[in-house]
Ligand binder design. Structure first.
Ligand code: AZA
Length: 303
């Protein structure tokens, strides 16, 4: 028999919409939650691969059903707590399942403001970004949580330079003191592990929400106000501030594509000035794009 080194399985892309009703009136009590969930299970499941032994398999269809039921049984938010609740369920229900990996990608619906007041049952998407939680619940290891913010699409028309980079026989990129900077930020922060079970995660619900709000505020403010020397340097400044803002966060990871906007020289047409200080019409590029990644552990934070 050949050994199976590592195996996990489950259900991906389970889309869930959860609304909150007042018991008496049936009306919405708060904005709904929409999320896409992935659950992958690990444990004594090797024989399902090697011997066709399905007695160890919790069907992925049952996993999907469980996600719906747990969403009904809970507030399904914040995503960190919902993922921990869900993962803990699989570990405690099935003795041969030792680890549950849960990923939740949540979109925020916020009340429309109509005539100056939040509408009770009409909502709009809050920006391009989504909130994420990646949670691993282990029988031995406790609960590991990484929170995040993804797809935050931002652009600034100035306040970004890029010069002093390697110039050699492969270089054509001109140096610039002033360029458009645009990116779609993925930002994730990993918490110190929770050793004492789901209750200790649930007790932190407000903290997860507050950390998300802080990380969002840091990301947009730093992007907007930093006199950027490079994507690399701006992302470092974001990572440092997120670590400083939240002492229980162990490390911060960022992934930033550089979405290029090229100047267009139009001088061939009647001498139009459209470069440098005169640049107003640009050509947005879809590909290729720069991709800059960064992981800053707290141990590397210079005090
Ligand atoms: N970082 C930037 O901010 N801009 C760039 C890079 C880079 O590494 N390379 N080309 N343009």
């Amino acid at each position: 028999m050949s050994g199976v080194a590592s195996s996990r399985y489950g259900k991906d892309n389970v889309r869930v919409f959860r609304r909150f009703r007042d018991e008496k009136t049936g009306e919405d009590t708060r904005a709904p939650v929409e999320m896409t969930v992935c659950v992958l299970l690990e444990g004594d499941i090797e024989t399902s691969y090697t011997e066709g032994d399905n007695s160890v398999v919790v069907a992925t269809d049952s996993i999907k059903n469980t996600i719906y039921i747990k969403a009904k049984e809970s507030t399904a938010t914040p995503p960190e707590v919902f993922a921990s609740f869900l993962g803990s369920h699989f570990i405690s229900t099935y003795s041969h399942i030792h680890k549950a990996h849960i990923k939740v990608v949540a979109t925020e619906w916020r009340p429309m403001v109509i005539d100056g007041a939040p509408h009770p049952h009409s909502f709009e998407k809050a920006g391009t970004h989504v909130r994420t939680a990646e949670v691993t619940v282990g029988r031995q290891e406790g609960i590991a949580i990484t929170s995040g913010l993804s797809n935050l699409l931002v652009l600034k028309t100035t306040g970004s330079a890029f010069h002093g980079f390697v110039r050699d026989e492969y270089t054509t990129l001109p140096e610039t003191n002033d360029r458009i900077l645009s990116t779609e930020m993925d930002l994730a922060w990993a918490w110190a592990p929770y050793a004492s079970g789901h209750a200790s995660v649930e007790a932190e619900a407000a903290r997860f929400d507050a950390a998300y709000a802080k990380a969002y505020a840091i990301a947009v403010k730093t992007f907007a106000t930093d006199n950027s020397a490079s994507v690399q340097n701006t992302m470092h400044k974001i990572a440092v501030q997120v670590l400083e803002a939240e002492p229980s966060v162990n490390q911060v990871a960022l992934s930033l594509p550089n979405k290029h906007y090229f100047e267009i020289n139009l001088s061939w047409h009647k001498g139009i000035k459209n470069t440098g200080q005169d640049a107003e019409v640009y050509a947005p590029q879809t590909d290729p794009n720069g991709l800059i990644k960064y992981l800053l552990p707290r141990s590397k934070l210079v005090q």
